[in-house]
Each structure stands twice: as structure tokens, then as C-alpha cells.
Write a protein that binds this ligand. Sequence first.
Ligand code: SME
Length: 155
Amino acid sequence: MAESVLRTEHIVKALHGAFCRDAERRELLQIAASSIRKAGEPFTSVYLYMLDPAGAVLELEAFDGRETEHTRIPLGRGLCGRAVAEGRNLNVPDVAREPDYLACNLDTRSELIVLVRRHDQILGQIDVDSDAPAGFSQADEAALQEVADALASLL
Ligand code: SME
């Protein structure tokens, strides 16, 4: 499998370093979002959606890239809500072919959603948009999962 451009060792080290100096939740999420986007294509925009206390709505808690009006997404709505409702990651090569896709701009072509889970509990997700069609590889998903797992252990 070809390697991802995501250097997860640097991102995980930055998250642990921030945790050790008592960084707030929001700072940890922002470090993840900005570090992932810094990798460049295919990571065009990165959104950290976390489940609300009732476990019914995904709330946008950090992002780096294009703004979005989708700041609260009910479970089951959109690709983000579907990933949580079905309890699985989604690697969507062509968002235009997904009837439930929630668009936040006209340039996104593909999307990767990786769940942030602690044991069996879903805490939220890392949602990445790409302007590249079929932008994300299995290696990208595996790398993003490493970052999601590090977040789950620190939040
Ligand atoms: N596209 C997502 C919504 C989030 S925006 O991409 C930031 C969806 O279909 O759920």
C-alpha cells in the first residue's frame, strides 16, 4: 500500500505534547485539524465534529480550511451523520453520487470521514474534504485513523 502524505508521528507527538501541558479540548481538536490540513492535497479542508452529550447531534468544534454552514448535523443526516449512525468510516470517491451528501462548497469532489472512538463509544469524527476526485487512499484512511485514535485517548 502506497504511503499517505500524512506524517502521523508528528501529529500524534504534537497532540501528546499539548496534552502534557494541559491544553484545552478545543486546542487539541484544532491542532489535529490544522496539522492534517498542513499535509496538503488531498487534505483540502478538515472538520472535527464531536457528538453532543445527548449523542444526537454532531457539533463542529474545530476546522481548518473552507468555512461551512453545517455546524450542527443530526445523526443520520448527510455523510457525517450516516457514518455515526452506521458506526463506520466512509471514504466517498465522488460526493456528487451520494443523495444524502450535504454540500458546503462547489469545489469538493471526495470526502473521507474517520470516527473518533474510545472502545465502543463514538466520540465524534474527523471529516476531510478534497477537491481531488477519489482523493483518499486506504493509506490515508489508516493514517487518519491513527490521529483519531490518539485524539480518543486524550480527550
Ligand atoms: N459533507 C458533509 C457535511 C460537512 S461539510 O463537508 C464540512 C456531509 O455530507 O455530512
